[in-house]
Design a protein around this ligand. Sequence first.
Ligand code: B1M
Length: 210
Amino acid sequence: MGDQLAKVKTSVSELDLDAIAPSVQEALDAGEEPALILANMADGMAAVGELFEKGEYFLADLVLAGEGMKEGLEVLEPHLEAGDRGGKGTVVLCTVKGDIHDIGKNLVATMLSSAGYTVIDLGTDVSEDEIVGAVRANNAGAVGLSVLLTPMVDSISDVVRALESAGLRDKVKIAIGGACTTQELADRMGVDALGRDAVEAIRIFEGFFA
Ligand code: B1M
């Protein structure tokens, strides 16, 4: 791994917030691939999650890491989106009702738009009614749901049911992802696919729109 990429990862994992956006810029200036820079940011954030689980980082650190990730993504996004943006299909993406985690969802959104999809990002804590409205308004072909909190998994079936009631379920494919999701959960909730990381998520949406 190049020095610049290592710096991107450690600036995130060591919570060196002032260094995250500059290190992304330096990696770009050094000619590193934007997708590789994004992958290193995600690795850094994964390390933050592990250190939190070991008790070495605290909730306040996680909030700060999230802010640093957003600043880094702002620098990176224009470079990722240089391709033929939006033409492959429309995806409604959000974090489910009751859940405000957005770092993973934002990574998925960034990668989807850089891969050529139009992403309607509804944000976090989004109700099934908002999702149905966005699918209808944008004629979306797919929905991506990010779910990190186990107590909120029923929000997934709420979305499935709401799309069924609106007569839209056979027009949209649904994928879920996030720390608490499993294939067993995906099957139980009646969704079409599970994405374990942002790269797998892209493969899934490629399949949905093929
Ligand atoms: Co909280 N949190 N958190 N948290 N948080 C978890 C999820 C937790 C596992 C930590 C723990 O206790 N071990 C735990 C949930 C336990 C559970 O229910 N299973 C937890 C908890 C309990 C909570 C609170 C309840 C804590 C409290 O207040 N007592 C609270 C909940 C608030 C709420 O949502 N209502 C809370 C709050 C927070 C912060 C605000 C402090 C912060 C979020 C900041 C933000 O998002 N802006 C935070 C964080 C950062 C975490 C951890 C440490 C890291 C999550 C993260 O960003 N990971 C997390 C522990 C963990 O996951 N190890 C934890 C990095 C990110 C890149 O990965 O989101 O998994 P991830 O996304 C990946 C893949 O999952 C996939 O692609 C992404 C990129 O590769 N993916 C998708 C994600 N979404 C996808 C959608 C797709 C496809 C793929 O669509 C198709």
